[in-house]
Ligand binder design. Sequence first.
Ligand SMILES: C[S@@+](CC[C@H](N)C(=O)[O-])C[C@H]1O[C@@H](n2cnc3c(N)ncnc32)[C@H](O)[C@@H]1O
Length: 441
Amino acid sequence: MDDPAFETPSLDLNTQTILLHASNHDLEALKPLLRIPGNASVQDPETGMTPLHAAISACGPAAGTAGSLGEGEEGEGGEEVDIEKAKEVVKELFLAGAIWNDLDAEGETPGCVAWRLGRKELYELVVEAGVRAEMLLGLMGGYEALESGEEDEGMDIEEEEEGEEGDGVIVVRKGEGESNANADITTGEKPQEAKNEEPPKKDVNSEDYLKSALKFEDDKLLDEDANGVMMAWETDIMRRSVDLLLPDLKPGARILNIGFGMGIIDRMFRATSPLSHHIIEAHPAVLSKIKEEGSDFGAAWEASAPEGGKYVVHSGRWQEIVPKLLEAGEVFDAIYFDTFGEDYTQLKLFFSEYVVGLLSPEGRFGFFNGLGADRRVCYDVYCKVVELDLCDAGMDVEFTDVPVDLEGMGLGKDGEGEWKGVRRRYFAVDLYRLPICTFMG
Ligand SMILES: C[S@@+](CC[C@H](N)C(=O)[O-])C[C@H]1O[C@@H](n2cnc3c(N)ncnc32)[C@H](O)[C@@H]1O
C-alpha cells in the first residue's frame, strides 16, 4: 500500500486499538496484537500515551490518595478497578518490550502516572522493569554513551544495540536534562515539549565543564550555562553524610574527598581534626579559589597536618590523581565522591576499580546520590541499579532516607526560589537516599 492516505489511518487504528485494549485491561484482546514487534510501545501522536500509560491511568486514583504515593497513602485499589487485571496487562506489556520510561505529552513516564495516582503495585512493576532494562543497558555498554546529545534521547533499545549513542546515560549530578526519561522513540523529540517552554537543553560533559567559567555566589556555584554545580541547600545532606561516614565524628581519621565545589563537606571534615585530609579537585577556577588568601584550605591548612598525617589539595581530575594515591599506598577511613559533569560510568568505575584499594577494611565510602533525581521513578530505579552494581563490586550499601522539604526550602518549582537563575532543577524528589557503603563482611 503506497498511498499514505491508506497507511496513516491503519497505523492510527492499530495504535488506538492497542491503547483501547490496554486501558480496558483486556488481556485476551491485547495478547495477539503484542506479538507484533513494536506494538507494546506504540504512542498516540497527540497525547504521547503508550499502552503502559493507558493501562495505568485507566485505574484512576487509588482510594485515599491525594495525588501521590506519599507516606501512609498506600494504593489500595479503587472499587471500580480490578487492579489484578491491570497488573497482568502491565506485566504482559513489559514482556512484549514496552519501554518503562517513555514520556507522554504531559512529560510523565508510566511510573510517574502510577505514582501520581497512588497505584503502588503498578509503580513497583514499573520500577522493577526499569531496573531490568537499565542493568541490561549497562551490560550492553549503554552507559558508555557519555557524550549523548539531545538527538540521542529518542533512540530505542534496538538502535542502541547497534552500538549507537543512546539513552543509557544516568544523570549522577546536575547538568544533563531528562536523559533518564525517553523522548518520543521515532522522532527523538519530546511530544509537545514546546508546551513547557523549557530553555533549549545543552549537554553537560566533563571536558566542556572543566574549561567553562564558573560563577561563585553565596549560596551556589554555577557553570557558564547556569547549571548548578553545587548549592547551599545541600548542606544538610553533606552534614548527614559526614555524620554517617565518620561515626561519632572521631578525630584522627584518614579522609579522601573528591570534588571540592563550595567546600561545604570539606569544612565539615576539617572540623573533625582528621589525621589526613586529601581533596581532589579538577576545575582551575575552584582551585584558584582554594588558593586565595584567607581560604580555609590554603598553605596554612596544608602545613597544619598532625605528625604522621597529611593535608593536601590535589589539582587534577580524580582519574589521574587516584592511581597515584594507590601507588603511594594511601589508605582512607572515609571516602566521599561528588563530582560534576560526569555520568554514572565514572562513579561506577571509581567504586568498582579504585575503592577496593583506597578504603581501609572497616572504612566507609559515600557519594552524592543524585542518580536520576529529577524524577521519582528514575530515582527509585537507579538507587536499585547502583545497589546491584555496588554488590557486584563487593560492597554493601545502606541507604538512609533524608527528607528534602522541597516546598519549605524553596525547591518546589523550576526557576523559582532556590532554583532562580539555575538552568535546571536537578533534584525534584522529596527524599534523598543517602548511601553509605562498606565492604561485604
Ligand atoms: C558538586 S561539587 C562538590 C561539592 C562538595 N561536595 C561540597 O560540599 O561543596 C563537584 C566538584 O567536583 C569537581 N570535579 C568535577 N569533575 C572532577 C574530576 N574528574 N576530578 C576532580 N574533581 C572534579 C568540580 O569542579 C566541582 O568542584
